[in-house]
Design a protein around this ligand. Structure first.
Ligand SMILES: Cc1ncc(COP(=O)(O)O)c(C=O)c1O
Length: 441
């Protein structure tokens, strides 16, 4: 019977079995969700889960924020698709204009697309066309997406690229300063002894001429690769080196952008101005939208027709993004991310004193992580992915959704929405404490 025929008889059609979804979508929970409200997801059985995954860092304004929903509903009733090559539309014009003011300083412009990977692709195409140089340099532990070009840039984990060789060429990787896993031993980022600069210099002497490099792409705080906050000197020094060789600096702020780390963009923590900022996720509260920000002088070097896409800058997504920016501003979400982040990190540090399996606690704003190890084994930093999965499962059993990250899948990754409250943070800290104990940390 068709859905329409059932509806006429007043019958709801049964929800199909989840096996209709192919296994390539690896699975974090088996929850079937009816709706979301703020920090909470509510299942079809009416169970409430504290969603500290934010749909992988997307729902910064919380689930179904009334102002965002109202903007989407109003726009959807007027126009669903106004293709960017064919017409202008008001939500798009407003968003392009607003995005030219989200970075400190003058002269910025934007380009809009759909997904994070698509925006990274755009940044690479712009960098190559603007510099006339071929090479793109990324970092070990980086994650930039799942398309061919972005897989080539990604080194966070073998599963993201290992089966898909050959990948696009003229892409190289150099060392990221991961202070906890430094070859010389774990150390505080404030007293960093990582040899990333020597490794970059070697890369320039062994693999590529710096004068052939169009861009260096970097996540200011590594996401998928393990929620790694770099030492204070790293990004300022990287900016100096890239300027020295005329290399563009691309900040992949897909996960860190729009307030997530307690600044509008994470690069602002170090007062570093990149040439291109890649944005997605938190920009539109869940509707597909992404883009790049760059100086208008740079964007002018991109000839008409050399890039684009059918859906880029979709009108409903633009309306959602405008409302999202309103909510971020009017509800003070950037400072809330900073305050709730500090509260969470302090709580996690307190919790860590109780468990030998917590090797490292780190985070910036509301990007928070526990790195779990096997105490007493090897050099004291042997990754413990089984325990990480165990803690995640115990948290889920207590109705808290958190994710994992890291090359060895031994990092518990916590991504609350930016609207989260002090009470919710305390609730999550309590659940995590219980979950660590239950999983045998
Ligand atoms: C830093 C970073 N760049 C790019 C991407 C790719 O974004 P998308 O999944 O929207 O293609 C992600 C997604 O997690 C990301 O975290």
């Amino acid at each position: 019977m068709t859905t329409d025929a059932r509806a006429e008889k007043g019958e709801a059609s049964p929800i199909p079995d989840p096996t209709v979804i192919p296994p390539v979508w690896s699975r974090i929970t088996n929850l079937t969700i009816d709706r979301g409200e703020g920090s909470w997801l509510i299942t079809t059985d009416g169970e409430r889960y504290l969603d500290y995954s934010s749909g992988i860092g997307v729902t910064s304004t919380g689930h179904a924020h009334p102002r965002v929903v109202a903007a989407i509903q109003a726009q959807a009733a007027k126009l669903l698709h106004g293709q960017q090559n064919i017409v202008y539309h008001e939500p798009g014009l407003r968003l392009y204009e607003r995005l030219s003011h989200v970075m400190p300083g003058e002269g910025w412009g934007a380009f809009l697309s759909n997904s994070g990977a698509e925006a990274v692709e755009a940044s690479v195409k712009l960098a190559r066309i603007a510099t006339g140089r071929p090479v793109i340099l990324g970092f070990r532990y980086g994650f930039h997406g799942r398309t061919a070009q972005t897989m080539a840039l990604t080194t966070a984990k073998d599963v993201y690229r290992g089966h898909f060789e050959p990948l696009p060429g003229s892409v190289y990787h150099t060392a990221y300063p991961y202070c906890y896993r430094a070859s010389g031993g774990a150390h505080s980022p404030e007293a960093c002894t990582c040899d990333w600069e020597e490794q970059l210099d070697l890369t320039f002497h062994q693999l590529i001429y710096p004068e052939h490099v169009a861009a260096v792409i970097v996540e200011p705080v590594v996401g998928e690769g393990g929620y790694i906050v770099p030492p204070p000197g790293f990004l300022p020094r990287l900016r100096e080196i890239t300027r020295q060789y005329g290399i563009l600096l691309i900040a992949d702020e897909v996960q860190t952008g729009f307030g997530r780390t307690g600044e509008m963009f994470a690069m602002q923590h170090w007062q570093v101005e990149p040439d291109i900022v890649v944005v997605a996720k938190g920009i539109a509260s869940g509707l597909p939208l992404s883009g790049i920000l760059a100086q208008r002088t740079l964007l002018q070097k991109w000839p008409p027709g050399t890039h684009g896409g059918t859906y880029g800058g979709n009108v409903v997504s633009c309306a959602a993004a405008n409302a999202t920016l309103d909510v971020i501003e009017s509800e003070g979400l950037v400072s809330n991310a900073r305050e709730r982040g500090d509260q969470f990190l302090t709580g996690l540090r307190r919790t860590a004193t109780k468990y030998q399996s917590i090797g490292d606690v780190r985070g910036l704003g509301l990007m928070l992580a526990l790195e779990l190890i096997k105490p007493g084994q090897g050099d004291g930093r042997v990754p413990n992915p089984e325990l990480t999965k165990g803690v995640q499962a115990e948290a889920l059993a207590r109705k808290l959704i958190v994710l994992t990250a890291g090359t060895y899948v031994n990092v518990l990754r916590i991504i609350p929405p930016l609207i989260t409250t002090s009470e919710e943070v305390e609730l999550a800290l309590g659940i995590l404490d219980e979950s660590l104990a239950a999983a045998g940390a």
